[in-house]
Design a binder for this molecule. Structure first.
Ligand SMILES: Nc1ncnc2c1ncn2[C@@H]1O[C@H](COP(=O)(O)OP(=O)(O)O)[C@@H](O)[C@H]1O
Ligand SMILES: [Mg+2]
Length: 222
């Protein structure tokens, strides 16, 4: 179970963070090292939560929690959480959000938006990132556009697979799980995720969702 991995790690992280705060007064160098330890712990925490998602998805246990919501409102909430990172990366974020209402899984949708926007900022070279929502016939569309490093055509398909990363991105941290998780979620809802990209010019990720998440397969219900 997930909490058996997460609980001790959160406890460890809290202790290290608290030590870093105490050390601040006594010994600044110790504080730096404790902060590095805390940062490594935070990366490990992220990897664990992604691996837990992967194992859940592999087991076909993605039970959707359906509720009515506004896609544009969900995007706005996720973007509030990105405010600090966007400022830190000096990355302007432009929102073009048309109201789109539908029945999806809020937490899972937040995860997809978080992954795509996180990538757009990470690989976006500080250039503006655009996030759009719109209604296209009987589909909701979410689009995340960046003007960063881009992706070579031969990698467009591969990056949606597990632990796959495009060539030339080794200097950026990451495990190659975010897009696989995102694709699994989008497909569980009955949607499609695609990429259009030109190396050196940027990338556009488009998620198309039916207005009502499809019912889970009987076999997949928990
Ligand atoms: N917006 C983007 N611009 C350029 N490359 C991207 C972008 N999003 C994803 N990629 C490429 O796809 C790979 C897989 O993405 P993802 O599954 O989110 O893993 P990671 O943890 O490496 O970000 C990344 O390692 C990167 O090579
Ligand atoms: Mg990622």
């Amino acid at each position: 179970a997930g909490h058996e991995l997460r609980t001790p790690l959160s406890a460890l992280l809290m202790q290290v963070q608290s030590l870093a705060r105490s050390a601040k007064v006594v010994d600044p160098r110790l504080k730096d090292r404790l902060e590095k330890a805390a940062a490594a712990g935070a990366r490990l925490e992220k990897l664990i939560s992604q691996i837990l998602d992967v194992s859940r998805l592999n087991a076909g246990r993605l039970a959707l929690d359906r509720e009515r919501m506004h896609l544009d409102a969900v995007v706005r909430e996720v973007m509030d959480r990105f405010a600090d990172l966007a400022t830190e990366s000096r990355c302007p974020i432009l929102l073009r959000l048309e109201p789109v209402e539908g029945v999806w899984d809020r937490v899972r949708l937040e995860q997809v938006i978080t992954n795509l926007v996180g990538n757009a900022i990470k690989y976006g070279k500080g250039k503006p990132v655009e996030v759009e929502t719109l209604l296209d016939g009987s589909d909701a569309v979410l689009r995340v556009v960046d003007h960063g490093i881009g992706i070579a055509p031969e990698d467009h398909k591969r990056i949606f697979d597990r632990f796959e990363r495009a060539r030339g991105t080794r200097e950026y941290g990451g495990f190659g799980l975010g897009l696989w998780i995102s694709r699994s979620i989008v497909e569980a809802i009955g949607g499609v995720i695609t990429v259009r990209s030109t190396p050196g010019e940027g990338s556009t990720f488009t998620v198309t969702l039916p207005l009502r998440a499809k019912e889970a397969d009987a076999a997949k219900q928990s």
